[in-house]
Design a protein around this ligand. Structure first.
Ligand code: 4AD
Ligand code: MG
Length: 465
């Protein structure tokens, strides 16, 4: 049996013609039946739906079918016929079966349905076989595709920024080091410091926390660009919204001010959610019925309503008036926590919110300084159930202002000389933002934990596979 004769289950179910001879291949979800007939639910991942294979037990023997159990991989030849049963348009009347790989019923971990998400994380090598992860992985693909489509349709260029870097874009100080030095026998300088000059790159290097700074370099030539790649943060955040390795989309646009930046962010998010509603119907309906009864309504609501926009200072005034005990105190200058962000979105405005003009001390060095001397032209997009989904800003394009901020924060000039040169030569007003890909997926799938929207999550003390 060869792949060239195979038709995908999605195609068979949606447009297969009854009466034709077909071949399907896939994994057995269930097998049931009696002395005269057996039914196999077969899934090949092309859709959440299974195709039903009906086997006449006058044609097959019990012995032939004994290894065809849940999890086994098979190929089936037969005739596509209209299904008399409810639930499917067509089914396959099997005439020949090939067993590609058995799955011992006594040890296959997904023998039964209804495992906890925690258990499934421990078997991340098998969880793509579940309905839930099939749906999540197909939606992950659809969102990645829609992101490229959105930018391509608007003339943005996809830029590949480095994964290994010597710069710390966000100044968060939580980076993973990259080294080839022998950790048991580190080279030392005469003063006893580690001698990084002997390391692979001749200096200290890390995994990137953001492609933004390099993205800005490209925007200063191609006008509108975006990056879409893995980013790494070594912060010890054990929350349902943080990963140590996550994917980020970072558009960067010359000539955009913060208003243009907000308009793009809102349009972009609505486009992606609309794309999911239109192109991921079966998976969304499954997730809606299994995990989150309000999922589809929430997605529609976000697409149909204008996001609320207000400055950080106004948000603090609102939060200070709330009669509620916060885990983290609210005061002007405090970094907002997810409890505050979600209050604003879910209780106060009841729709997505874009907060702007944050205190400069809680934001990165590159953000454009406002005339008040206290705030910067930052913008965070806050979403229901998620909190921050996008972080961005207009960038400081004036050399003197940027350098004074760099000095204030004690960032060594030798580390950012190349970034500063964009402000020396043909500087332009510009803006950009970062969308956390897995935060987007949390929102569109309705899943509750970010570990369940990436195939192999990387979190503190967890790096299997
Ligand atoms: O707000 P952040 O840190 O912004 C930046 O990195 C900027 N350089 C972006 C830019 O302006 N080009 O991160 C951006 C987004 C957050 O809003 C969040 O969605 C996501 O990245 N994010 C994380 N997602 C998962 N796990 C983590 N540890 C994350 N940290 C940030
Ligand atoms: Mg942020």
């Amino acid at each position: 049996m060869r792949n060239s004769e195979r038709t995908k289950v999605k195609h068979l179910l949606e447009s297969g013609v009854a009466g034709t001879d077909v071949t399907a291949m896939g994994w057995v979800r269930t097998k049931r039946g009696n002395k005269s007939v057996s039914f196999i639910a077969l899934n090949d991942g092309s859709t959440i739906n299974n195709i039903q294979v009906v086997l006449d037990m006058n044609v097959f023997t019990e012995d032939q079918l004994k290894d065809i159990t849940t999890g086994a991989c098979i190929g089936v030849r037969g005739k596509l016929v209209e299904s008399p049963g409810s639930g499917q348009r067509v089914e396959i009347q099997g005439s020949y079966i090939e067993l590609f790989g058995a799955a011992d019923a006594t040890t296959y971990p997904l023998q039964k349905k209804g495992h906890s998400m925690e258990f499934l994380r421990e078997i991340a090598h098998l969880r793509p076989r579940t309905n839930t992860f099939g749906a999540v992985l197909r939606m992950r693909h659809a969102m990645a595709f829609a992101i490229h489509k959105y930018f391509n349709e608007r003339g943005f260029f996809y830029i590949h920024t480095p994964i290994i870097t010597s710069s710390d874009a966000e100044g968060a100080g939580a980076m993973f080091r990259v080294t080839t030095l022998d950790v048991d026998n580190l080279p030392r300088t005469e003063e006893g410091q580690i001698n990084w000059a002997e390391d692979f790159f001749g200096k200290e290097a890390s995994l990137t926390v953001s492609g933004q700074l390099e993205g800005e370099l490209a925007a200063m030539a191609l006008s509108e660009i975006y990056t879409f790649g893995p980013t790494f943060r070594a912060e010890n955040s054990n929350t349902p919204r943080h990963l140590a390795e996550f994917w980020m989309i970072e558009p960067e646009m010359a000539f955009y001010d913060i208003q243009d930046n907000m308009d793009l962010a809102e349009d972009f998010l609505k486009y992606l959610i609309r794309y999911a509603l239109e192109n991921c119907k079966d998976d969304l309906e499954f997730l809606n019925s299994m995990y989150d009864k309000e999922l589809i309504d929430r997605l529609k609501f976000v697409v149909e309503n204008k996001f609320e926009r207000l400055p950080y200072t106004k948000a603090i005034e609102i939060l200070e008036k709330v009669d509620q005990k916060w885990e983290f105190p609210v005061f002007w200058g405090a970094d907002l926590q997810s409890e505050h962000e979600r209050y604003l979105v879910e209780k106060h405005f009841k729709k997505p919110v874009i907060l702007t003009d944050y205190p400069k001390d809680i934001k990165a060095f590159y953000m454009k300084q406002n005339d008040d001397g206290k705030t910067v032209r930052a913008m965070d997009v806050l979403f229901p159930k998620i909190g921050e989904i996008i972080g961005g800003s207009q960038r400081e394009e004036i050399y003197d202002k940027l350098i004074s901020r760099i000095h204030e924060l004690h960032i060594p000039e030798k580390d950012v000389w190349w970034y500063l040169e964009t402000r020396k030569f043909g500087s332009a007003p510009h803006s950009g933002f970062g969308l956390g890909f897995e935060r987007l997926l949390l929102f569109v799938t309705g899943m509750g934990n970010i570990r369940d929207v990436i195939p192999f999550p990387r979190t503190p003390k967890n790096c299997e596979f």
